[in-house]
Design a protein around this ligand. Sequence first.
Ligand code: ADP
Ligand code: MG
Length: 243
Amino acid sequence: MNPIIEVIDLTMAYGDHPVLHQVSVNVAKSEVIVMIGPSGSGKSTLLRCLNGLEKPQGGDIRIEGQSLMSPAVNMSVIRANIGMVFQQFNLFPHMNVIDNIMLAQVQVRKQSKDAARAKALELLKKVGLTDKVEHRPSSLSGGQAQRVAIARALAMEPSIMLFDEPTSALDPEMVGEVLTVMKQLARDGMTMVVVTHEMGFAREIGDRVLFMEQGVIIEEGMPRQLFDMPRHERTKAFLSKVL
Ligand code: ADP
Ligand code: MG
């Protein structure tokens, strides 16, 4: 089967500061990839390259066979197909919950307001927030806000979801409710790339775990293999600090 994401020898620098060194990875449809690694290792940069927020200097990224480096690529089509959820929820503070979820459907997808509203309500049910439809983001807990952010990304019906430390800004008691939504998404067959420190989640849901350090994928494997029998000294050293 053709991979839905292909990253080939990707090289990325900020000015003269190299961040990714010939990174290659394929992701199959419905696969859940978990990326772990120390701060500054290039995890966020790799995610941002995947949806075109950064312009790499070398290599290639193909999404469903379409190269992001091609001059002919329509980035807005690619971005609409890739949902992204960040550590900070980035909800529009002046809009209530349902308007946050409807906005892109109406403005980007040109859906009718009725269709967008119906979709938003369905997604709010999915993330367990039917009682927050008319609430402002400021009245939500962090866990609720992050679930709205996930629903908002899903409203575009993306075929890929990228998560950059989605639970890192949350109080511990709210981590579970967000992970529960993500687990359900994974079971529904969503293709997901998740940067996280939640090793329990990685074990349970990850099809593959990538360990990244200094802009290089040092090691990858199934969670059990990578967590219990890491092959590389650097992976062992990292895991001994976080597990
Ligand atoms: P991680 O997500 O693994 O913590 P990042 O991808 O955020 O790593 O960062 C990788 C490296 O790139 C770090 O050295 C960081 O300081 C640098 N970096 C990240 N974003 C920028 C930017 N916008 N401009 C310059 N340097 C950046
Ligand atoms: Mg990061």
